[in-house]
Design a binder for this molecule. Structure first.
Ligand code: FE2
Length: 333
């Protein structure tokens, strides 16, 4: 590889295809409190209270529920060119989108199918949004502050780790077997625990989007609101405390089954000598610090992903199955 990797700043937004835009709006806007920055007949462009860019989530009407693409912001316009060269040199499908050809609010961008099979975009330019941080009068529902991370299902975790290392990502935490075989990894560019994490399983599929609140009481409030409205079926797992990342969490499923994690209280990783923290796969605290069982749907179910032409991509099955490891915290195996 002679082409330098693009300088990725952070995970920036995801675009999901949803089958019923009105139902999706109820879930993401009314219940979670995302702000509508822009909308048209078949799409919603949403952001959290702390986000100063145009959107962190795009919901578009589709025939099937799927991930359209994940998107990373890069530092300069030259990094968009670098991304195009980097993935072309890898022999991956690459599509250049001039401003106006791609997502509303986003400038010149490159979309690729990465070596893991995921549709991924790299862009620099994006429109700004009004500052809502102190518009407390507009903070509703789960009071989502910002997008935090993507979690993707992939059958080959070492390959995923190697790919994101080649893009300059650091590794904050891992789950490893007794022989240091890699079951999962959390990787970052911004100075938090992660921008992307890998869950071993059939892939490419999107496991979940992680969205941040300021405090743990907002995670509890989210679960209470779903319960109060007798919409508890949308709560899949938690609330709880993760071992990995130390975050307080609850996992929800939207009306199409897309999974979202409401996530708060992880930690700073920006020092240059920050070391990877390694969990053993037999440590019952890794997925839930209090040892609560992880339900089977959380390990097995995920969102299919599209290719650059909008076709659903086939999946390959996993090389290692963390849920089959004989450990009490999973309640499986
Ligand atoms: Fe997560």
């Amino acid at each position: 590889m002679s082409t330098p990797a693009p300088d990725v700043v952070r995970s920036a937004y995801a675009q999901l295809a949803v089958t019923d835009l009105a139902k999706a709006r109820w879930f993401w806007v009314d219940m979670l409190g995302f702000h509508v920055q822009y909308e048209n007949a078949d799409s919603l462009y949403l952001r959290g209270t702390d986000e100063l860019t145009h959107h962190s989530l795009v919901l578009r009407k589709g025939d099937i529920a799927a991930l359209d693409h994940l998107s990373y912001r890069v530092r300069t316009t030259e990094d968009v060119d670098k991304a195009e060269k980097f993935f072309t040199e890898l022999g991956r499908p690459v599509k250049r989108l001039k401003k106006g050809e791609g997502t509303v609010g986003v400038g010149d961008a490159v979309r690729v199918v990465d070596p893991l099979g995921f549709p991924v975009e790299f862009f620099h330019e994006i429109e700004r949004g009004e500052r809502l941080i102190q518009r407390y009068d507009l903070h509703r529902g789960a009071q989502i502050a910002r997008l935090d991370h993507f979690n993707i299902c992939t059958p080959d975790i070492p390959a995923a780790y190697a790919h994101y290392r080649s893009l300059g990502f650091g590794c904050s935490e891992t789950i490893e077997g007794d022989e240091h075989e890699l079951y999962a990894a959390w990787m970052y560019r911004k100075q938090t625990v992660h921008d992307v994490a890998f869950t071993g399983g059939a892939g490419p599929r999107l496991h979940h989007l992680g969205v941040a609140t300021h405090e743990s009481h907002q995670v509890l409030r989210t679960a209470d609101i779903f319960g109060a409205l007798h919409e508890e079926k949308h709560i899949e797992r938690g609330p709880g405390r993760h071992g990995v990342s130390n975050a307080f969490y609850v996992y929800l499923r939207d009306p199409d089954g897309h999974r979202v994690e409401i996530y708060t209280s992880d930690y700073y990783t920006g020092d240059p000598d920050h070391e990877t923290y390694r969990w053993n796969v037999h440590d019952d605290r890794r997925r839930d610090f209090w040892g609560n069982a992880v339900i089977e749907s959380w390990y097995k179910e995920a969102t299919p992903v599209l290719d650059l032409d909008g076709r659903q991509q086939p999946v390959s099955s996993s090389l290692l199955d963390e849920s089959a490891v004989q450990v009490g915290a999973d309640g499986l195996g």
